[in-house]
Every structure is written in structure tokens, then in C-alpha cells.
Design a protein around this ligand. Structure first.
Ligand code: AMP
Ligand code: MG
Length: 344
């Protein structure tokens, strides 16, 4: 099949994309987090095609994207008051809520769960497509399963050219890491995945937040976890990644002592000079952590293309958006972290 490459600014793009969705096809859509691979989330056959195109395990549920907060009433029941407060404050935006699913939501979409993940993305053309199609869009990140997420339309083309009906190009994603996921189906709200909406921001609205263990540690393949996606090897480039933590000096000492011909360093722009002799690749500025989240996946993809075998990576510290960057880099590294302070 020929994959249509549609510009978000071109006339008729939203109508064409919505038509494909209504016909049960797959359209890659831009959002502020990452590009998603979208289909009619209420159509079992269309949703099944997302899993096939991505090579995604069947028990890894999808997020339903809606155009307006009030749409959650069509998809969810027993909606707590806290969900409305979060929607009011953070939607449209990079926050996904897990809520009890109504029967209208197919089990294919929820990976067999009785709950469903919903989000209202902060992207004008994608919300327009959802409105025109008249259905929620099931859309996981548009990467081939296990590969770094797609933050540009070109990344999607690379992974899916000839395998999906269309890609809507709206430039590079602003946030660059997938949405924050909060589960509101238990007594206490639970953070299942960190993202652009920070734990601090959630706490301010909710007054309470449990951080799921899958956020901070490697989860076993056969483990029962709240967010099934967390147990799969995610964001994994082909090369081995070793995170080197510690002060700038300590990390530089460790990396320079261990660096071998053919290795590379993934670092902050502020460190490019320091690693000039170690084939450095910067993914953003340490002092502006949003540039690190925006640049991480593109950098991981670039490393994949260069065919190298080992990368020493620098990771921002602290909370806020840095927390999401740590989570994605930790996963890419399989939680292989060296403390340079202790090693020196
Ligand atoms: P992706 O869109 O590729 O970021 O994947 C969606 C993420 O949302 C995965 O990590 C899923 O495990 C998670 N997710 C989707 N639905 C649910 C749900 N009902 N309960 C918990 N996690 C969910
Ligand atoms: Mg994904």
C-alpha cells in the first residue's frame, strides 16, 4: 500500500485522515508527546491492525484519544471527581487517566482489562481529526514495538512506510516523551508512567500520589503490573547504553577511563567540549530539561542508525520533567547505571 504523507497545514488533511479512520484504516497522528498510530478505538478490527503494524504484544493496552474532556463519559463509568479536576487543569495536555471502562470499549483496546486509558492531546489537527471521525482514536506511540518512540513524521515513515494508510506531519513533538499516566481506579491515585505533567503538578491537584514500582525499577516479564506496557523492554536502541551518574568531573573521569574506539557518548550540550574526543552526541541542554525530553528519542534513533555497540549516557537529575527523562533513559539502558562518584 502507498502511505499518504499529509501536511497538517494542507487543505483537506483532517478530512482525509478522518475518512481513513472511519473506514477502519491506520493514520499516524501528531501529538505534543510523540506521534501516535491511530485507529477507530471502538472498532475491534481496526484496533487489531495497530497491534499487527507495531508488532505489539496483545496484552499491552492502548490509550484512547478524545477531543474534549466531556467525552470520557461515553467511555468510562464511576468517574471520580478528581478526574474532572485533572482534566480541567491539564487537558488538553500530556496526561493520561486510567478509569473504569464502559462496555462500548472493546477488550482489544484495553488489552483485556476492565479499565481504559484516556487522554485529550494538545494538538489542534489531531483533535480536529477526532471530531470529524466522531470516534475516539486508539493510538499507541507509532514506533515499531520495542524501538525508540517516534517524535517526527520522518520517524514514522521510517518504521511504517507502505504499511499504514497515512501520516499527518505537524513537525517535531514539543514534549518528546509519552504522556504521564495516572491510575484513578484505586483508593489512592497511582503514577504508572512519568511524563510531561510532573508528579509535583499531580500532587498539587490530587493531594496524594503513589508511585508504581514499575516506574523506578526493572519489572519481570511475567510480572503482574498495573500498566502492562511497563514490563516490556521499551525505548531500546540496538546498542548497549550505560548511564554514568555523578558530577560532571567524576563522570568525565569514568567515561574517559573506559571509553574504547567505536563507543559514543550521549551527553548534554554543555558537555560537548568535554567529550570532544569521545564521539559525543548531545540530546539537549541540561539547564533546560524540556530540550532533553524533546531530543531524547531522536538521539536514540540516530545512535541506532550509526550502528555503534556501546554508549555512555548522561542523565539529568531531580524531579519535574527530569524524572520522565530518567525513566526513559533507565529503560533504554535496561537500568544499567554506574555511579562515577563511587568508581573514581
Ligand atoms: P503507548 O501509547 O505506546 O505509550 O502505550 C500506552 C501505555 O498506556 C502502555 O504503557 C500501557 O500499558 C498503558 N495503558 C493503557 N491502558 C491502560 C490501562 N487500562 N491500565 C493501565 N495502563 C494502561
Ligand atoms: Mg509506546
Amino acid at each position: 500500500m502507498e502511505t499518504l504523507f499529509l501536511s497538517a497545514n494542507a487543505p483537506g488533511t483532517a478530512e482525509t485522515a478522518a475518512q481513513i479512520i472511519q473506514n477502519g484504516g491506520l493514520v499516524a497522528i501528531p501529538t505534543e508527546t510523540v506521534y501516535g498510530l491511530g485507529a477507530n478505538g471502538l472498532n475491534e478490527a481496526a484496533v487489531a491492525n495497530i497491534f499487527i503494524a507495531k508488532g505489539r504484544p496483545q496484552d499491552n493496552p492502548l490509550i484512547l484519544h478524545i477531543a474534549d474532556a466531556s467525552d470520557i463519559q461515553n467511555l468510562c463509568h464511576s468517574i471520580p471527581e478528581s478526574a474532572w479536576r485533572l482534566a480541567e487543569k491539564f487537558w488538553p495536555g500530556p496526561l493520561t487517566m486510567v478509569l473504569p471502562a464502559k462496555d462500548i470499549v472493546p477488550k482489544r483496546t484495553t488489552g483485556g482489562l476492565s479499565t481504559v486509558a484516556v487522554r485529550c492531546p494538545d494538538n489542534a489537527i489531531t483533535r480536529q481529526i477526532i471530531r470529524l471521525a466522531g470516534v475516539p482514536l486508539a493510538a499507541p506511540s507509532a514506533n515499531i514495538s520495542g524501538k525508540p518512540s517516534t517524535t517526527t513524521a520522518e520517524h514514522v515513515l521510517h518504521d511504517h512506510n507502505g504499511r499504514i494508510q497515512a501520516i499527518v506531519d505537524d513537525g517535531a513533538c514539543r514534549v518528546g516523551v509519552e504522556s504521564t499516566i495516572v491510575d484513578l481506579t484505586e483508593e489512592r491515585p497511582r503514577l504508572l508512567r512519568p511524563g510531561g505533567i510532573t508528579p509535583e503538578q499531580l500532587l498539587e491537584v490530587l493531594g496524594d500520589l503513589v508511585v508504581d514500582k514499575a516506574v523506578t525499577a526493572q519489572v519481570n516479564h511475567d510480572a503482574v503490573v498495573k500498566a502492562p506496557g511497563m514490563k516490556y523492554k521499551h525505548y531500546a536502541p540496538d546498542c548497549q547504553i550505560i548511564i554514568v551518574s555523578g558530577s560532571r568531573d567524576a563522570a568525565s573521569g569514568y567515561i574517559h577511563a573506559h571509553f574504547e574506539e567505536g563507543d559514543r557518548v550521549l551527553c548534554f550540550e554543555e558537555e560537548l567540549q568535554l567529550y570532544a574526543d569521545c564521539a559525543p552526541l548531545a540530546y539537549g541542554r541540561e539547564e533546560k530539561v524540556e530540550t532533553l525530553s524533546a531530543g531524547l528519542f531522536a538521539a536514540l534513533r540516530q545512535l541506532d542508525e550509526s550502528g555503534i555497540r556501546r554508549v555512555y549516557a548522561r542523565c539529568p537529575v531531580g524531579g519535574g520533567v527530569a524524572y520522565a527523562v530518567q525513566n526513559r533513559l533507565n529503560k533504554a539502558a535496561g537500568f544499567h547505571i554506574v555511579d562515577a562518584e563511587a568508581e573514581n
